[in-house]
Design a protein around this ligand. Structure first.
Ligand code: PEP
Ligand code: MG
Length: 572
């Protein structure tokens, strides 16, 4: 039997399955007798204390082996003590006589529903943390011993619904061959943990726990996203061989991490970093990237349920700018809406029939001018501390571009008039709506730079919702129409001598890089994990070869043909 999911951390393994089922009893709607409210609340407070002790135990354990990961458990403690949750649960118990377990289940459930509405990686991580804490509190409430993966004796393939940081805290790397889960996207905790351990992982396997048995032999191939149950010997041998090749390959790519990205013929390629939360861990990539190519600022609006102040934002932007020194930092202004929700903006985000075609990105900012102005002011103030480029998302027309120029000018004037210093700033756009891509020759005259957001450009070109797995087959970043569009945009920007980059997922895809170089792209921006392999690919191709490749690709009519063409690129 073969099961399919999404490969989230590379590698392959063969071994027996260990089903890790972290269940808690789902409480029923239940009420306490009148007069018992206070004692129910006292019990909740005791459970909370126990949870904090449990987490502290794990944290201490972890801080010896992996101090960076131990920080996750500080965040867990904050969740247990979360102000809103700890106003809400006592209120439900005292005012509505909810039982403690029902209150925990519901109140955490409400937060989870809110967080899960968005596929933003940062928020998805937060949702997993809240889910984890809810399970811990309920297990303690029912006196269940939380299951533990630290006692594994033999190396196994862990099969679970989803894995959370506390599940894997005591995990010994040499006891895990692979991780396979039913839930979790490629940026979920399960994926992050697997990647940091260097363990192959496949996530999002529909019906996994119903299909596997405890101890069953399985062959996991994360390169192809397949789990074969009871594999034959030839399959097993093939998978083991594939894995050793991959491990050698990853080690080899790491040799390129700190090198400059240059093609074999000497052309310098700019490697930018995609930043999504600006923490110290993420900013370590400053040591091996040429710029921040995409600073997604949404996290500032998602952290709390109040709006970030101008000062909050200024300090964050300053931190990133100072970290990158003279290197450019492309700060993308708020891109909320579509599938991205933020607690602090909830009141202003109306329900929409087609949110991806709705009040998203710059449109939301135009309809909430004070929010946009605050962000622009904070960015302009921070601009004295580094090399700031401001980029706006979801641009569809010249009207949008001109409106932004006006707002930026006004904000600068205001700051000048009140004696606040600002630095030189470039203003650019994301090209992710086909309408602006098709008038790039006009847009280029009125912007300082642009970045191609291939994730959205693909969704709008192919009319395929990027979050809807049911139409995944229609979502083709290598669609000839997209390749032709990128070709046109690159020619236009190169002729004008204005910087252009690709910052969507395509910009970190090693198979696509030679084709994009051939189309004229010289700047890419990506997550830190992609940098080493991208630099290696670049070092093994020449511009002339890439141009020949692009020329051929532009004659093809299907994404499959282009995929086949680029898969055959010969590296030197
Ligand atoms: C994109 O659309 O390609 C992009 C980089 O922006 P986001 O993924 O944040 O929408
Ligand atoms: Mg986008």
């Amino acid at each position: 039997m073969v099961l399919y999911g999404k490969g989230a951390a590379p590698g392959a393994a063969v071994g027996s399955v260990y089903i890790y089922n972290k269940k808690f009893n789902i409480p029923k709607e239940n009420f306490v007798d009148s007069g018992k409210e206070q004692s129910e609340l006292d019990r909740y407070n005791t459970i909370k204390k126990q949870a904090l002790e449990e987490i502290e135990k794990i944290r201490l354990n972890m801080s010896e082996t992996d101090p960076a990961k131990a920080e996750i458990f500080d965040a867990h403690k904050e969740i247990v003590e979360d102000i809103i949750i700890n106003e809400e649960i006592p209120a439900r118990i005292l005012n509505e006589r909810w039982s403690g377990d029902w209150a925990i289940y519901q109140v955490y459930g409400d937060v989870l529903n809110l967080l899960k509405k968005t596929p933003d990686p940062l928020i998805a991580e937060r949702a997993a943390d809240f889910d984890d804490i809810r399970a811990l509190l309920l297990q303690l409430w029912y006196g269940q011993k939380p299951p533990d993966l630290s006692g594994l004796k033999e190396p196994v393939i862990i099969a679970a619904k989803e894995l959370f940081p506390s599940d894997t805290a005591g995990l010994k790397k040499d006891k895990v061959l692979a991780i396979i889960t039913e839930k979790g996207g490629v940026t979920s905790h399960s994926a992050i943990i697997a990647k940091s351990f260097g363990i192959p992982a496949i996530l999002g396997i529909d019906g996994l726990l119903g299909a596997v048995k405890q101890g069953q032999l399985a062959a996991v191939n994360a390169l192809e996203g397949t789990v074969i149950l009871d594999p034959k010997e030839d399959v097993t041998n093939e998978i083991i061989a594939k894995n050793s090749i991959l491990l050698r390959d990853m080690k080899d790519a790491d040799n390129y991490l700190y090198r400059e990205a240059r093609t074999l013929c000497g052309e310098k390629i700019d490697i930018g970093l995609n930043v999504s939360n600006a923490n110290d861990e993420e900013l370590k990539a400053q040591n091996y990237t040429d710029s921040v190519g995409l600073f997604r600022t949404e996290f500032l609006y998602m952290e709390k349920d109040t709006l970030p102040t101008e000062e909050d934002q200024f300090l964050q932007y300053k931190k990133v700018l100072e970290c990158y020194g003279k290197k450019p930092v492309v700060l993308r202004t708020l891109d909320i809406g579509g599938d991205k929700q933020a607690a602090s903006l909830e009141q202003r985000q109306k329900r929409e029939e087609n949110p991806f075609l709705g009040n998203r990105g710059i449109r939301f900012c135009f309809s909430n001018p004070e929010i946009f102005k605050t962000q622009i002011r904070a960015a302009l103030r921070a601009s004295c501390f580094g090399n700031l480029w401001i980029m706006t998302p979801m641009i569809g027309s010249m009207d949008d571009i001109r409106k932004i120029a006006k707002i930026a000018e006004e904000a600068k004037k205001e700051l000048d008039n009140s004696g606040v210093k600002t630095g030189d700033v470039k203003i650019g756009i994301m090209i992710e709506i086909p309408a602006i891509a098709l008038i790039a020759d006009i847009a280029v005259k009125e912007v300082d730079f642009a970045s191609i957001g291939s994730n959205d450009l693909c969704q709008y070109m192919c009319a395929s919702d990027r979050t809807n797995i049911a139409v995944d087959d229609y979502y083709s970043p290598l669609h000839p129409a997209i390749i032709r569009l990128i070709d046109g945009i690159a020619k236009t920007f190169n002729n004008e001598g204005k910087p252009l980059s690709v910052c969507g997922e395509l910009g970190g895809d090693i198979q696509a890089i030679p084709l994009l170089i051939g189309l004229g792209i010289r700047k890419f921006s990506m997550g830190a994990a992609s940098v080493a392999a991208v630099k290696r690919t670049i070092s093994k191709v020449t511009v002339v070869e890439c141009e020949e490749l692009a020329k051929k690709a532009l004659t093809l009519g299907t994404a499959a043909e282009i995929a086949e063409l680029i898969s055959k690129v010969k590296e030197h």
